[in-house]
Design a protein around this ligand. Structure first.
Ligand SMILES: N[C@@H](CCC(=O)N[C@@H](CS)C(=O)NCC(=O)O)C(=O)O
Length: 283
């Protein structure tokens, strides 16, 4: 056991706490500074970063374009969460929760804000009639898994990733707790994928688009340098599915958008037209 912390009667904000994200964490909401968001030429304006939550939105848009929906053309602007862009007056007006991704649809009479990655996926699926089956049983199964991802992934990122990778000191209790949960979740997915080609059945849907950037990345050993620790090779069905999803051209383009670190050939800080990918290598 590590040192025991006895919580005081009233919690106070003693900053900084030394954690990787200490400089952007605050116990209050709202804007920290006045700054309007840029607006490009397309009806869909995305404000994001290529984290697993951000990648869900850009993969969806690229998959829609891959299907030939020209109305899904979009401008993707970079929100540098490490530098506090999510706390600008412009961003908090479109997402009071100050988290990427956030989308504005300017195709109607009034701009429409869409925040929360799950909401963005549902909104775009319904707008374009893609990646969400219309048959009721298949539709609800897709939404079941979409909601599973939205509810489960904070245990991966905010729980496991935070205490295993980001915390300034490592504590056994939270690492054990969240490792147990993340392995349980990987097993849930592995069992589902043992019986189905894609997460919600025999079709690629918004459930796959939501789940692959988190659990695919984890299974590939690319999240939190935790592949060996989690023994990710055990999840064979997740691996089979992850390889198929990651090989899709729409997925490969989507994961590059709003990416600023890693192989420069795989990074597109902003995206304003299909030609921005010219010269980029899909992988
Ligand atoms: N439930 C949200 C979570 C989004 C989220 O956590 N975004 C992170 C990046 S992956 C973020 O913007 N963090 C900035 C911050 O916490 O200030 C969603 O699915 O859209």
């Amino acid at each position: 056991m590590n040192d025991v912390f006895t919580p005081p009667e009233v919690w106070t904000w003693d900053q900084p706490n030394g954690g990787e994200w200490a400089s952007i964490n605050r116990p209050v909401a709202g804007a920290t500074h006045e700054k309007a968001l840029p607006v490009g030429k397309h009806p869909l304006q995305l404000y994001s970063l290529a984290t697993p939550n951000g990648v869900k939105a850009t993969v969806m848009l690229e998959e829609l374009l891959e299907k030939g929906h020209q109305g899904a053309e979009y401008d993707a602007w970079l929100i540098r969460i490490g530098e506090g862009d999510q706390f600008s007056s412009g961003f908090t007006a479109i997402n009071p929760n100050s988290k990427i991704p956030a989308l504005v649809d300017r195709s109607g009479e009034q701009p429409l804000r869409v925040f929360e990655s799950g909401s963005i996926l549902l909104y775009l699926a319904e707008k374009f009639g893609e990646f969400l089956p219309s048959e009721p049983a298949k539709r609800v199964e897709t939404i079941n898994w979409l909601m599973w991802q939205v509810g489960a992934a904070p245990f991966v990122g905010g729980g496991f990733g935070h205490f295993y990778a980001y915390a300034p000191e490592k504590y056994r209790y939270p690492i054990d707790r969240y490792t147990m949960e993340v392995k349980r979740q990987l097993d849930v997915l592995d069992r589902q994928l043992a019986e189905h080609e894609y997460v919600a059945g025999d079709e690629y849907t918004i459930a796959d688009i939501a789940i692959a950037p988190w659990y695919g990345l984890l299974q590939a050993g690319e999240a939190y340098k935790a592949g060996e620790f989690l023994q990710v090779q055990e999840y064979k069905n997740v691996e089979r599915w992850r390889k198929a999803v990651f090989a899709r051209p729409g997925y490969q383009r989507g994961r590059m958008v709003n990416r600023t670190s890693g192989d420069p050939d795989q990074c597109l800080a902003e995206r304003h037209s299909a030609s921005d990918f010219d010269g980029k290598r899909l992988r």
